[in-house]
Structure formats: C-alpha cells, structure tokens
Design a protein around this ligand. Structure first.
Ligand code: PMP
Ligand code: GLN
Length: 384
C-alpha cells in the first residue's frame, strides 16, 4: 500500500541525525540545541512537590490557570504588555507543537505562507502537511537581515501568513525596531496573519533588547506568538511552551489543540507556575552571553571564521571555508566522526539545501564542554 507523502521533506530531521551520530561516535554534541548543565534545583523541587501534592491528573484544556496567570504577570513585568490569561494564552507541549497548531488553525488548501530562510526545519513540513504552500525568501548574508523588497514581492492574494523568528535559529541574528515597522506597513492592507516564533526572547546579548510583536500596536492583533520554556529554564526535555494570541485566534487555536493533545503535562505546569511566580528569577542572557564570548574567544584559535557574532539564541554560525571545500552535510558528518565534535550543516535549514559552507554550533554548554570541543577543533586534520 502506498502511503501519502504529507510534506516534501525527505529523510529524518537533521537534529535526530546529528545527535544520533554524536552518540555513535562519542562526539561532543554541539549540534542539536540543548544545554548540558543542570536546571535550577528549585524548579526540580517544584516538580516533585507537584506530584506529592496530587497534581497528577489532566490539566484544564487551555492550561493550569496558575501558569497562565504567571505568564501574564511575567509579560506585564518584562514587556509592559497586558495579556488576558483566560482568552489569550494556551499552554502547549513545546513551541514546535504550538507552531504546528497555529498553522493548522488557519491554513486551507492552496494558501501560501512566507518563510524566511534559513529556517527552523519544522516550518515547511508543517505548512505542507496542512495542504498549503511555503514561499521561501532568503535572508541576506552575511548578517541575515530581512530583504523586505523580496518579502513584498513574494506576497500574492493567496498569502495567508508569514512566519518570522527573532532571535533567529540558526544564525543568531535579531530584528531591530525598524524591521517590525516595515512588516507592519507591508501587511497593513492585507489579511496576512503573523506567526512570531520568539523562543529565544530571553537569550539576547550585548545590551540588545528583544522587541516582541506583542508590543507592536498594529501587529499584535494579527499574531500568534510562540514560546518555549525549554530555552529559558534549560529544560528542553520537558517540552513545555505556550501560544499567546488575540481571543479570536486563541479560540481557533484551541479548536485544534483540544483534539490534538487536549491538555499538557500537569506536574510540569504546576512546577513552572510556581517557579515563574518567584520574586526574582535567574538572569539567562548574561550567563548565555558569557558562554558565547568564551566560545568565540576559544574558536579564534582555530581556522574557522565567524562573519558575525550571534546577537541572540544559543547558536553560533561559523564558516569552514578556510578548512575544507566539502559540502556542509559531508563536512558536519566528517567533523563528528573524525574530530569528535558534532555540528549542524546550515543547508538543513533551506528547502533546496543551499550550501554556503556554514555550520552551526550550540554554545549552551558548560565551559569544560566548550573548551574540550574547541581543543579538538584546533587539532583537526582535514583529508587532502
Ligand atoms: N522554534 C525554534 C526557532 C527553535 O529553535 C525551537 C527549538 N527547539 C523551537 C521552535 C521549538 O521548541 P520546543 O523544543 O519547545 O518545541
Ligand atoms: N531547536 C533545536 C535546534 O535547533 C532542536 C529542536 C529539535 O530537535 N527539533 O537545535
């Protein structure tokens, strides 16, 4: 029996491929994005407390009220925006799920969605699984800024949505305020919906500030905004996130969510609600910037070149043009097997596998992990 191909991506996601290769070859895994240091003990304590106190059954479909309230308070405090916890926040099992659900809430056959590439690898398969078409627009190297003329040119009467991501995976680039205003002017007289993937909002460096679409008076009312606790509290394996959207969008989102997953891990929600409600929380950007700086300083001893230090996220994109002319997929696999450091080839973030001889390292690691990895990179011997 021939089963349908629901999307055009072939094979297995690069994150599974490279992490499996890292395990097989006992390599230091700087490929898939996840921290290798422990979570705050207090967060773990709250999780334990939840199970003891009996938070072990289904949570309400939109999420535990205490967690949605804690998120609302957090946004008021950090961004000065008011979010209604009942009508605008839905707790999800991670941001990947939230992105899929947002797309499924709005897309119909033959709709078009604009995707800025390089892009997180789930976007295009999610769009296509819903019968819609991804229209790709390349970001501009070397700073990976948005080519707004190209975005404008990509808009047609079929354009249903645009998905954006700042701080950006894989390049670490960030939008500035002007980008938001240009986007607003482009969509002003259209019904285009925005999906704003802001999972790295709390990992921003060099005194920069993340501007959320929720702060934009015009754009907020047409946006699904997707977040992940994994990136902020170093617990990617908990797979916890949330979607903030205006009431009408949230209703559409929950129409899908209630029959896709219904509700999300209750003890984890309890733990996150209590953790988030503490008077002070550990500051993440400064800690992560130290890791970026340490990684960049160490990497300067190697033949890898950096076109632009990451402004946010926990990824650094690096060129190996001085090292080898292998295609990036081949180079990433070779580096893992022969040098013992796993990385992600940037071509994996392009539908057409565009190869610019760039790879991505995740620096959300203990200092000793970074220094051991870079030591291996300094010794690398590329086959002639
Ligand atoms: N968006 C981007 C840009 C990401 O890098 C990630 C990383 N996993 C996600 C969404 C998904 O996050 P989650 O693990 O919560 O599904
Ligand atoms: N977002 C993470 C990354 O880009 C991994 C997510 C995943 O494994 N799907 O590395």
């Amino acid at each position: 029996m021939l089963l349908p191909q629901k999307h055009s991506a072939t094979g297995t996601t690069i994150f599974t491929v490279m992490s499996a290769l890292a395990t097989e070859y006992n390599a230091i895994n700087l490929s898939q994005g996840f921290p290798d240091f422990p979570i705050d003990e207090q967060l773990g304590n709250f999780l334990h407390e939840a199970t003891v106190k009996g938070f072990n059954q289904y949570a309400p479909m939109p999420g535990l009220p205490i967690l949605r309230q804690a998120i609302s308070n957090d946004f008021e405090r950090r961004y000065g925006v008011t979010i209604n916890p009942d009508t605008e926040i839905t707790i999800t099992p991670g941001a990947t799920y939230a992105i899929y659900t947002a797309f499924t809430s709005i897309l119909q056959a033959d709709d078009e969605v604009i995707v800025l590439e390089p892009a997180y690898d789930s976007y295009i398969p999610n769009i296509e699984t819903n019968g819609a078409k991804a229209i790709t627009v390349a970001l501009r190297a070397p700073d990976f800024s948005v080519d707004w003329d190209a975005v404008k040119a990509a808009i047609t009467p079929k354009t249903k949505a645009i998905i954006i991501n700042t701080p950006h995976n894989p390049t670490g680039a960030m939008w500035n305020r002007e980008d938001w205003d240009i986007l607003a002017s482009i969509v002003r007289d259209t019904n285009i919906i925005i999906l704003s993937d802001e999972v790295y909002e709390q990992l921003v460096f060099d005194g920069k500030k993340h501007f959320t679409v929720l702060q934009h008076p015009e754009l907020r009312h047409r946006s699904f905004v997707l977040y992940s606790f994994g990136k902020v509290f170093h617990n990617t394996g908990w797979k916890m996130g949330y979607c903030i959207a205006p009431p009408e969008y949230t209703t559409a989102f929950r129409r899908i969510h209630q029959f896709l997953c219904f509700s999300v891990n209750t003890p984890a929600q309890y733990a996150l609600a209590n953790y988030l409600s503490q008077p002070t929380l550990p500051e993440v950007s400064g800690m992560m910037q130290q890791k970026r700086d340490y990684f960049l300083k160490q990497l300067a001893q190697t033949p890898f070149t950096i076109h632009q230090p990451a402004s946010g996220s926990y990824f650094q994109t690096v060129s190996y043009e001085q090292v080898s002319d292998m295609p990036d997929m081949e180079f990433a696999q070779w580096l893992t097997k022969a040098c013992g450091v796993a990385t992600i080839p940037i071509s994996a973030f392009y539908r057409n596998k565009k190869d610019d001889k760039l790879i991505r390292f995740c620096f959300a690691k203990k200092e000793e992990t970074i220094s051991e990895a870079v030591e291996r990179l300094t010794k690398l011997k590329v086959p002639a």
